[in-house]
Ligand binder design. Structure first.
Ligand code: SPV
Ligand code: MG
Length: 434
């Protein structure tokens, strides 16, 4: 055996979709010595790009069975240093693409630490015309499976500090949520999934948010979104309907690949929670609502599908004690997460709930819907322990005033020219979807 074979070589990889670029890197590494792959965990990947298509376990199996790879260990941060300190490799091998962009800082950290034991960074030329990101775009064209999509929400909850969800009432909105990304101060930002809102699903159809639009109609609409996206969906199930009907809704949602249903504890003719006047709206008894949670849990097939209980105590003028009592009971009944709702413009109500519930033995991940307390920054919600943040109606609220403005301008100016600058060009629309 050649002497070089004993050298320790480290390669950090996401290995979501392996292509010849990876093989180039691994082959080069193999020529240098014994290769340990630091396989980036979902958490590490989510800090700088989309969560991988395949789970850690799936990615690990593939790598472990490659002849170039001696060992696979988890790399749980984008920062290579913890693993490098542990292994003190002779070589780190990485494609030269990281000299630019979001990984630039990581690269200089690697260079610096390698100096401590005279290690070397080897950077084979990045394989042009092939990148996992490009391949993933093609995956989107092909789609995803209901099971893969369904499991993504739980994976993202585990991988990310916070899960950002944006309302989607159409396939077009779904595409925006799917594709939009922002890099801010070296941080990769994107929405993690979609909220199927009863309010905006109803508004889209010109109807009030009182269950006039039935579940079947809403689920049909969801199918259009599912056709063109891969991100997870959280479904606003209102109060779930009658106990006897609930299983059918849960089954339909789970079958098409929805990740979670949120069921609220109000009864009677449904009224949107953000209405000031809630007279006539009633809250379910704890016992009755727990039956619904239990029924939903019993119906669902996979562990990946989540049942989230939504507490309306604050909406109906009840106090913290009531909200906590319900949260604990719903959690005991099997709820996977708790949404605490409020229509106040400041977040003190939900924060007081979060403080108390965080200490409870029945604690479950918390969901916030900061529609009325919209001044609150995400970092404050995170600090108070919220895991999922739902922006529940903003895409609908964005589209309506724009449409009215355009319609008005055409009437007033008796032509469309004056509003052209404010709307997409025809070319943009043609090119938007190809
Ligand atoms: C929805 O978006 O339909 C909701 C949230 O249920 S809220 O409008 O605040 O009730
Ligand atoms: Mg609703």
């Amino acid at each position: 055996m050649k002497n070089t074979k004993k050298k320790i070589v480290y390669v950090g990889l996401s290995a979501d979709i392996l292509h010849e670029g990876h093989i180039n890197i691994l082959k080069k590494a193999y020529e240098l010595g014994e290769v340990t792959v630091g396989l980036l965990t979902d958490q590490a990947i989510a800090s700088y790009k989309k969560i991988p298509h395949l789970s850690y376990k799936q990615r690990e199996i593939v790598l472990k069975n490659m002849k170039f790879v001696k060992k696979v260990i988890p790399q749980s941060t984008l920062d290579y240093r913890p693993n490098l300190k542990l292994l003190r490799p002779h070589y780190v091998v990485h494609g030269d693409d990281w000299k630019k962009g979001i990984q630039k800082k990581t690269r200089s950290q690697v260079l610096k630490i390698l100096k401590l034991w005279n290690g070397k960074l080897i950077e084979p030329k990045y394989t042009d015309n092939i990148s996992s990101t490009e391949i993933k775009k093609n995956i989107l064209k092909v789609g995803t499976s209901p099971d893969k999509r369904k499991s993504k929400l739980k994976r993202i909850i585990e991988a990310k500090e916070v899960v950002r969800i944006l309302e989607s009432h159409s396939a077009l909105v779904g595409l925006i949520i799917e594709d939009l990304k922002v890099i801010k101060k070296q941080k990769y930002l994107e929405f993690d999934g979609m909220w199927s809102s009863s309010l905006t699903d109803s508004a889209l159809r010109g109807k009030p948010d009182n269950q006039s639009v039935d579940y079947s109609t809403r689920i049909l609409g969801l199918n259009e979104i599912l056709d063109v996206t891969t991100k997870p969906i959280i479904f606003d199930a209102d109060n779930g309907g009658r106990l006897e009907h609930l299983p059918y809704m849960i089954k339909s949602l789970e079958r098409i690949g929805v990740s979670a249903a949120i069921i609220e504890d109000k009864i009677g003719l449904k009224k949107n929670s953000l209405f000031k006047n809630q007279s006539g709206a009633k809250q379910d008894t704890i016992a009755q609502f727990c039956k619904k949670i239990a029924k939903a849990k019993e119906t669902k097939i996979s562990d990946d599908f989540m049942i989230i209980a939504r507490i309306e105590s604050f909406i109906l003028g009840k106090d913290l004690k009531d909200a906590i009592k319900r949260a604990e009971a719903y959690s005991k009944a099997g709820a996977d997460a708790i949404l605490i709702h409020s229509k106040e413009t400041d977040p003190s109500q939900v924060f007081s709930f979060a403080k108390k519930f965080s200490k409870s033995q029945y604690f479950k991940p918390m969901v916030a819907v900061p529609s009325s307390y919209s001044k609150t920054y995400e970092k404050e919600l995170i600090k108070h322990g919220f895991k999922i943040i739902i922006y529940a109606n903003h895409m609908m609220r964005a589209s309506y005033p724009s449409m009215v403005e355009v319609a008005k301008s055409i009437l007033v100016n008796e032509r469309s020219y004056n509003i052209e600058k404010k709307i997409s060009s025809i070319k943009e629309i043609i090119n938007l979807i190809r």
